[in-house]
Design a protein around this ligand. Structure first.
Ligand code: ZN
Length: 289
């Protein structure tokens, strides 16, 4: 299921460890603190991170991710989780045999534990070693490893479900990333693709009201439901669902201040759904191949 990051031939061993080496080209998988590095050249990854750091907030690549289960968006994040769990349960109940999941761009691993409960085995990867060091201490993943989303170290048709949550908007070459996701997804499998709906007027306004947020954001793409659907279809996917989740106020600080109150988060949700359905906070697309 994995392939050599160097010559791209399948690795025969299913167990990837620090001393696994490719029989074709003798490339040996290095590991740092127990995290296998399934990348051809660590320096390329490091340079990518350095470049991104210079362009935006240094902290974003190092500081622990905000605990989303206790932060101001906890009610919103719970709505997203309930939706994703519904999608996973429905799909997996119809699957025969093993269901292999991938948490693609797992960050600090905040979603590994609950995700893993749905799968026969869950794999989790990221390109940021600082985050992987944290993610590997979470329970539930079969393996936590470094991988390049633009040249993924898995053979074609490997994963039944790919959870690709709030990652795509960070990747400059998003079309290439989607092409790789398409390649490694099993035919008939599912991609749960979540992004912020920041191309929508509300959130463009929020950036206009607080230009400092725009100057420091690490997002490089600002999608709408329409633009993202088109991009996914161009990558070959069948788009099964486009679901907006959560509504708020188009001002970042104000929005964060009020949505920590469950009543307000629920109320904005109910009003937004009717009055401004296209202006939701988040978009979830369910993709198949
Ligand atoms: Zn090789």
């Amino acid at each position: 299921m994995f392939r050599c990051p160097s010559c791209r031939e399948p690795l025969r061993s299913l167990e990837i460890s620090a001393d696994t080496s490719c029989r074709e080209c003798q490339f040996t998988i290095p590991a740092i603190e127990g995290v296998p590095l399934l990348v051809k050249d660590l320096r390329v990854i490091e340079r990518t991170i350095e470049k991104a750091k210079r362009a935006s907030r240094d902290d974003w690549f190092q500081a622990p991710q905000i605990n989303q289960w206790s932060g101001p968006y906890r009610h919103h994040v719970l709505k997203r989780k309930l939706y994703v769990e519904g999608v996973l349960s429905t799909y997996i109940s119809r699957c025969k045999g093993d269901v292999i999941g991938l948490d693609l761009g797992c960050g600090d691993g905040a979603n590994i534990e609950w995700l893993s409960q749905h799968f026969t085995a869950l794999y989790a990867s990221d390109y940021n070693l600082v985050r992987l060091r944290r993610a590997r201490h979470r329970h539930g993943a079969e393996m936590v490893y470094m991988a390049d989303i633009l040249d993924y170290p898995a053979i074609d048709n490997t994963f039944s479900v790919i959870y690709f949550n709030h990652v795509l908007e960070h990747i400059p070459n998003d079309s290439r990333a989607l092409a790789e996701v398409y390649r490694i997804l099993k035919p008939g499998g599912r991609v749960v693709l979540g992004v912020p709906n920041e191309g929508a007027m509300f959130w463009q306004l929020a950036y206009r009201f607080q230009p400092s947020t725009g100057a420091t954001t690490d997002h490089v793409h600002f999608y709408t439901a329409g633009s993202l659907r088109k991009k996914c279809e161009e990558s070959g996917f069948t788009v099964l669902q486009v679901v907006p989740i959560g509504w708020g106020l188009p001002h970042w600080s104000l929005d964060a201040a009020v949505r920590g109150v469950k009543f307000i988060d629920d109320l904005l949700d109910r009003i937004g759904r009717v009055v401004a359905p296209s202006q939701a906070t988040s978009l979830y697309l369910i993709l198949s191949k």
